[in-house]
Design a protein around this ligand. Structure first.
Ligand SMILES: Cc1ncc(COP(=O)(O)O)c(C=O)c1O
Length: 387
């Protein structure tokens, strides 16, 4: 049933053994609600959540762990950053490789005439030139949003250089690290980045429905976009101001957070470079194997350039969705096809509106999985269906 799973860009699978163990332990030995009561199980959950927060803060080079906010998803974290930070009249720049979870909230703010949005074009491999961002700055430019690694073509953006250029002009940089957190080193102590949003269920090996927003010291004020019970300051009828509670209204997703902690422990045990090395080996094996088929067109930078292991392709004469269906039904190979919630990125790559077939191997993909996938795609590439 599991088959060959090549959809790790959607969510990593399988999860490391430690993740299941952490969940079982939590269910069997006490599942109190953190910050809700002073009994032993509530306190135990609260301590466990704080340990994960501190661990993630250390991992990402964040000095004040309270500035790491647990969210419901990567999308939730991005909405929190965009809707909490932007003010009437702000000018916002985004790259043309952004996901709908950046584009849609911003288009909504633009529609309501709250902000002005400009899309900075990337080249046909999805690469953004920091000079092109700088050229679009005006006196109202407040925020630049860039995805660190593309969920369509794997392209990695030079966020260090972009951050420095943005900071020199007095603006702020928000990085969507959904595809890079846990995969690429991200040391916020060393980078000119002001906010980072990521999902917990991809490269960090947590569960779906988790994410984080990290808010740097330069961000002095952020409006909570969700308000309610926080477990602290209950006498007050208005939202508390303390970090992180101000932004974490509602009972936290304790199992999700503990799974994230176990995923992080796995990454620290293996080493982020070793994990990336395996993913890039699998990506190179795919690229080299498929490069031999003249009907297969691959997108994004080749292995060896700045990229992660997310590979998009098309087979001439085939619709991407049909390729995915045949791989799934006839070969047990699980891939994602279509627009990947990123129509802007597909316009940039020239694959709009039908999209691509996306293969995203992970740490647990084997060379044999890749060999079988190359064979299966090779068979389709020799079977042209279009007239
Ligand atoms: C680049 C990018 N940004 C944001 C997201 C949104 O993350 P989530 O699905 O956890 O909300 C994704 C998820 O696929 C993504 O790939």
């Amino acid at each position: 049933m599991t088959g060959i799973y090549l959809d790790n860009a959607a969510t990593t699978f399988p999860k490391p053994r430690q993740v299941g163990e952490a969940l079982r332990d939590w269910l069997e030995t006490g599942a109190g609600s953190p910050g809700r009561g002073n009994h032993a199980l509530a306190l135990r959950s609260g301590d466990a959540v704080h340990r994960v927060r501190r661990g993630l803060a250390r991992f990402f080079g964040v000095r004040d762990a309270n500035r790491l906010v647990f969210c419901c998803s990567g999308t939730d974290a991005l909405n929190m950053a965009l809707k909490g930070f932007l003010d009437e009249g702000d000018h916002v720049l985004i790259s043309s490789m952004e996901h709908n979870s950046v584009l849609r909230p911003l288009r909504g703010l633009e529609r309501d005439r709250r902000i002005r949005l400009e899309v900075v074009p990337c080249d046909s491999l999805g690469r953004l030139d920091p000079g092109d961002i700088v050229g679009r700055f005006n006196e109202r430019t407040k925020l630049v949003v860039v995805s660190h690694a593309s969920n369509v073509a794997g392209t990695v953006q030079p966020i260090g250089g972009i951050g420095t250029a943005v900071r020199e002009r007095g603006a702020y940089l928000l990085v969507d690290a959904a595809q890079s957190a846990g995969v690429l080193p991200l040391d916020l102590g060393a980078l000119d980045v002001d906010m980072v949003a990521f999902a917990g269920h991809k490269g960090l090996y947590g569960l779906q429905g988790t994410g984080c927003l990290i808010v740097g010291d330069r961000i002095r004020s952020l409006r909570p976009w969700r308000e309610g019970g926080t477990g602290v300051d209950s006498l007050s009828e208005t939202q508390p101001r303390a970090w992180p509670e101000a932004f974490e209204s509602g009972t936290p997703n304790v199992p999700g957070i503990l799974a994230l902690g176990a995923g992080l422990a796995f990454i620290e045990e293996k080493g982020i470079d070793a994990i990336r090395g395996v993913e890039m080996e699998r990506c190179s094996q795919l690229w080299e194997g498929l490069a031999g088929f003249e009907n297969v067109e691959m997108y994004g930078p080749p292995p060896g350039e700045d990229r992660v292991g997310v590979l998009s392709l098309n087979i001439r004469g085939w619709e991407p969705g049909d390729v995915g269906d045949v791989l799934n039904s006839n070969h047990g190979i699980r891939v994602r096809t279509g627009l990947h919630c990123a129509p802007l990125a597909h316009r940039t790559l020239g694959t709009h509106p039908s999209g691509t077939v996306r293969l995203s191997p992970g740490y647990f993909s084997t060379p044999d999985d890749i060999r079988k996938t190359v064979l299966a795609i090779g068979m389709l590439a020799r079977t042209l269906v279009a007239g």
